[in-house]
Design a protein. Sequence first.
Length: 394
Amino acid sequence: MDYTIIETENNEGQLLNIGELYSTFEQVPDNRQQKGKRYTVGILLMVVILSKMCGENTPYGMAEWAKMRATELQKLFDYHRPVKPSNKTLQRLTDTTVEDSMLQETMRNYLHQTYGGQQSILVTIDGKTLRGTIPKGKTRGVHILAAYLPEEGVVLLQVEVQQKESEITVAPVLLQELDLKGRVVSGDAMFTQRDISVAVLAQGGDYLWFVKDNQQTLHEDVQRFFEDVEHAPGWYVPPLPQAVAEETSKQSGRIETRRLTAMADENNYLNWPGVNTVFQLERHVTRPQKEDEWSQVVFGITSLSFTPELAQQLLTWTRQHWAIENKLHYRRDVTLREDATRMKHTHQAQVVATLNNFVIALATYMGFSNLASARRFFQARFDALIFSSAFGLW
C-alpha cells in the first residue's frame, strides 16, 4: 500500500500518513477467532479513527460513514472486498477485539516514532468518570485516572479506578508505570498526599501539589509563610528566600492577572516528604463589559529546590496543569461526545477513551488548537482525496 498523506496547504510536511498508521494498527493483537473475520483489526481501527477525525462519534455514524465510502476505502487499503463494517462489528472492536493496554502502548509508540516528543517535563494527573457508563438509578460508572502531557496533548497512561478504590489509592500504581526522571507531576488538592509524594520521589521525579482544606494543618502552615509576623522589639528574623512572577492575559473580554510568590522552606517547617518550596498564587479576574471582577488565592508545595527563576516556571506550570480539564476532558465530553455515548461494558469504555485520547493527540500534533476545526478540515480534505481519481498516488 502506498502512503496517503493529508496535509494543510500552508503547512510544510506531512500531517497524517494514512499508510503508516494503517501498518501500525495491523500489528495490534486481535482477540477474535480466525473464522468469520471479514476485516482485519487494522482496517477496523482505521475506520474508527478516520471517521472520528471526520466528525463521527457513535458506532452507527462510523458504520454509515464507511458504507458511503466502501469502494473508496477498499482501494485505499488495497483490500479484497468493499470496506463497510457494521455498527455491531465496531462495537465488538472496542468491547472484546483489542486489549486496551496494548492499544495504549501501540498508539503512544506511534505518536513518538512519527512526531517525536513525549519529552516535556510537566505531567498532570486527574480522573474522569465516563458518564455514558453510569447505569440507570446509579451514581457511579467507569472512572479512569490519566497521566497527561499538557504541552503535547498526549496521555502517557490511563488506568481504571475500580468501584472500591479511589484516585488517591490508584495514583501510586499509575505513577509506578511511568518514567518520571527529570519530570514534575502536578495534581489538584486531592493528590496532596504523603504516599503519593513519596511515590513520585521514588520514581525520580518531583511533585507540584495544590494545598486546600483537605490537608487542613498543611494548608494553615503554608499560609503562615506569607503572613506578616510582628516580632518582639530587639528581635530580627531574616526573611526566607523568595521570588515573584506575574503575568496578565486578555481573552474574550476577560482580563486575568496571575501573581505567584515562591518561598524556600529551608528548615523543613512543613515536615512533608521531600518538600523544598511553597508558593502562593493570586488570581484577579475582571470583565469590564459586565462590570464584574473577582479574586482568588491558592497555595501549593513542591519538591523542587528554590531558585530565583522557579517562580516564573511555577507560574507557567500551574496554568498548564488545568489543560487536562479544558484540552482533554472537555474535548472528549463536548467535541467527541464521550459522555453522551452509552456504553455497557467497562473494557469498551476504556478503549473508547483511549481512541478519543489518540484523536486529540493527532489533532494537536497536526497543529490544530481547536479540535472541532480540525475535524471539519479533515472531513473536507479527506473527501477531496478519497473521491478524486488520483488513486495512483496511493
